[in-house]
Design a protein. Sequence first.
Length: 630
Amino acid sequence: MKPLNPVLAEVTDRIRARSAATRADYLRRMDAASGHEPGRAKLSCANWAHAFAGQTIADKLTMMGGKAPNLGVVTAYNDMLSAHQPFERFPAVIREAARQMGATAQVAGGTPAMCDGVTQGRPGMELSLFSRDVIAMSTGVALTHDAFDAALMLGVCDKIVPGLFMGALAFGHLPVVFAPAGPMPSGIPNAEKARVRAEYAQGKVDRRTLLESEVGSYHSPGTCTFYGTANSNQMMMEMAGLHMPSTAFVHPETGLRDALTAAAAKQAITLAAEKRGRMADVVDERTIVNMIVALLATGGSTNHAIHLVAMARSAGVLIDWTDMDRLSSVTPLLARVYPNGSADVNAFQAAGGVAFVMRELAENGHMHADVTTIMGDGVEAYFREPTLQDGELVWVDGVRESLDRDILRPVSDPFQADGGLRLVQGDLGRAVIKVSAVKPEHRIIEAPAAVFESQEEALQAFKDGKLDRDVVVVLRFQGPRANGMPELHSLSPALSVLQDRGFKVAFVTDGRMSGASGKTPAAIHVSPEALAGGPLAHVRDGDVIRLDAVAGTLSTVGAGDLLTRPAALRSEEHAAGSAWGYGRELFGAFRHVVSTAEEGASVCFAAPTRSPRHEDVPPDPNVVDRTVDA
């Protein structure tokens, strides 16, 4: 293997130094928890009897012996999410696998699991980001019975895996394995889906035509096949060493998927029996860096610019957008998967998949190869792929060369030399932009602002022809404190249409876009948000805004000192509308205490531990740094 990239090493060292106190405190707590007998040994006879009263006679006898490991399963099953529908039958597979090991398995608890595809553009989307922390708390509730020797997490989609990850780390003294369900088979081509959406936005086709197109895309159990947040989750869990190798993109309704689920359960039980593989040891500073690299090398979801911060903090590791930007400057883009290309994740898997990506990154010094995983020390096990031979699960070497270089490329010939996520900053604050799907000619935009407070207002202006010009659409009061920071993907078709008409178009918001961020340049997650006194509250219609993803700047041109202007007040209509209805009234406390987007937009870790804006570590003189002073 080649030596570790010096920038990757430098960023890791900087994260380690920054996190010294919080990481040490986390490990101290996990060591204290590990020093006790398994939870079931501490429970009184009455408590332990309660824990297995509902089990089969055979399982009761095993559990009464007091020595066999007991696996706790946390599931995000529901059949609203196509990706989570297969989890309905997973517990039976897991219980049988545990019995084969002389152990037991129980569903410890369930977590909520929202479908962002259903709530997109609806009031329910304002609960989406907050649901991540609710899932973390629900995971804590499930495992706090303290009756388990290891845990198995069942989740796939957008907020669910980050929430499970955060909650499981509170029990990092246990081995924890993540088991996904896999993607649905491919439907209509992504380019066709995008074409119909654009035509509907222009009124060229009716709703029935649009619905038929969408049904042709989302059509069976399994993850949506574009490379959004859900599939980015799966890529990162494998790069973190928390999956069985190459398990992310195996279809749900196959014998191979069942075999992998059983293998995940058996591996968790083995780790517990051998007293190794604690999640606290698997997830450290190097692991977090590997997860960031996975996101960058594959053009993954912008949502993880927020989620990864909160996930890392759960292990006592402190990261920020500067770290991501620095890593992006040296991480080659190896994959083109929709919306960064025309292929879906099934084609990505067929071309070589995660095993190919991990081998390329590890052997060329672009990830830490010496980490601990659920498979042991090092990442070599993740260069292999599963297959069934005579009904038995076996592992074979993954491909060493891409089978489709339009989808997947080696480090020696990447799609571009740097990753797909960048930091932009200036007098409008700090934000992130995903550029892997944005053509070079659209990465620098300077145009007058059109300012809105809601997607509906912006879409109406588009329909009325008021945006048929060079324009930077500014959508403010969309941050975590304002309304829970919803995704604003409903604007994507309209913005794409304007760009296709030849106008210079960009989008700036303190809200989120999504894992489906596409070809229009979008500076998102602007922090601080407008409601918290951020500069976006001082922007007016007509102000010229320059978004330069090459230089890493986001600023006004000729507007003077924005903060000397009176801040715009959020309209009473929008403030009231985000306070109640569709369950939003239940989350009022969250909106008051949530941390900033760059701090992870979390209520679990709401108290800021440091300012993310200033850092005294000098930059590497050998690497171009795109950041500027805020």
